[in-house]
Design a protein around this ligand. Structure first.
Ligand code: GUN
Length: 290
């Protein structure tokens, strides 16, 4: 069994980005600039935004975080988005999800200029992705594709089962893996909460992408020998440690790993790849705007 080491893979990409930034700065260019908006006090969201901020610092990007109170109205948020859309010092920005219930997520996503939508959430960018056109690929699917590529995982003609149909992970990764290319050319099945007998599908899968958000959902008896398993889950469960929680994936790692040819750990698998992919998109936005 080989661990798909997202941390090491992301580090290597981080070095490449940092050296590209140094070249840009040395030739008189300004640094790429990522902005992030976070509304409210969701603990996990705060941690993710802090990680994104730190990653920017590591590669030499400028970053700005707008921390808005839970009571922020949709109008106030849309006003800030309009400002960032026209701010020429900002190359790309994200609005951290989830948003408070009083704010309509789709209105917010649609308000972001697609050229600055480094999350790849805007309907124009989602549409381009589904047509196989160049665009910002949302960070988690982009990171998974890069990880599979880095480990030369054969995807052509393989049966890939995606667990979860979210707009952020399940749908786009199913799209990318079924597209022509390498990685790609998979036969893809999407399973979700209404699928009857999920194990019947997962047992026939060469590749499983687990992105349901149900801790340790995928058990050893649901996986065939030699499968490649990618665990996207990052549920926080209470723990008796300094943080008061630990992160648990969607895969029962101890049971599943011995059967796999390759598997991602949690943490240290998809998570670091997601963050590095956001940086890649930001650099792309910067280069496109010049
Ligand atoms: N919430 C969970 N994942 C993401 C992400 O990739 N981008 C944003 N903006 N919010 C998220």
């Amino acid at each position: 069994m080989i661990l798909l080491d997202g941390k090491a893979t992301a580090e290597a990409i981080k070095k490449e980005i940092a050296s590209q930034v140094e070249k840009i700065v040395a030739s008189g260019g300004r640094r790429p600039h990522l902005a992030a908006i976070i509304v409210g006090e969701d603990g996990a969201s705060k941690t993710y935004v802090a990680s994104k901020e730190y990653a920017c610092e590591q590669v030499g990007f400028d970053s700005t975080v707008y921390r808005l109170p839970t009571e922020t109205s949709e109008e106030e948020l849309l006003n800030l988005i309009s400002r960032l859309n026209i701010d020429q010092s900002v190359d790309g920005f994200i609005v951290q999800m989830p948003l408070p219930d009083s704010i309509n997520e789709q209105n917010v996503i649609a308000a972001v200029d697609p050229r600055k939508d480094v999350d790849g959430f805007h309907p124009i960018n989602v549409g381009k992705l589904s047509l196989g056109l160049p665009t910002f690929v949302s960070a988690t699917p982009y990171g998974i594709m890069a990880l599979l590529e880095n480990y030369n995982i054969e995807t052509r003609g393989k049966h890939c089962v995606v667990l979860g149909r979210s707009n952020i992970v399940g749908r786009p990764i199913a799209n990318l893996l079924s597209q022509k290319g390498d990685p790609g050319d998979c036969t893809v099945t999407i399973c979700h909460s209404r699928t009857k007998d999920i194990a019947e599908y997962t047992r026939s899968a060469d590749i499983i992408i687990a992105a349901l958000g149900v801790p340790q959902f995928l058990k050893g008896n649901m996986v065939k020998e030699g499968a490649v398993v990618v665990d996207v889950g990052i549920t926080r469960i209470p723990a008796d440690n300094e943080k008061g929680y630990r992160i648990v994936g969607d895969v029962a790692f101890d049971e599943v790993a011995p059967k796999c040819s390759h598997i991602t750990p949690v943490p240290g698998g998809v998570g670091p790849m997601t963050i590095i992919s956001l940086l890649r998109n930001t650099l792309q936005a910067y280069l496109m705007s010049r």
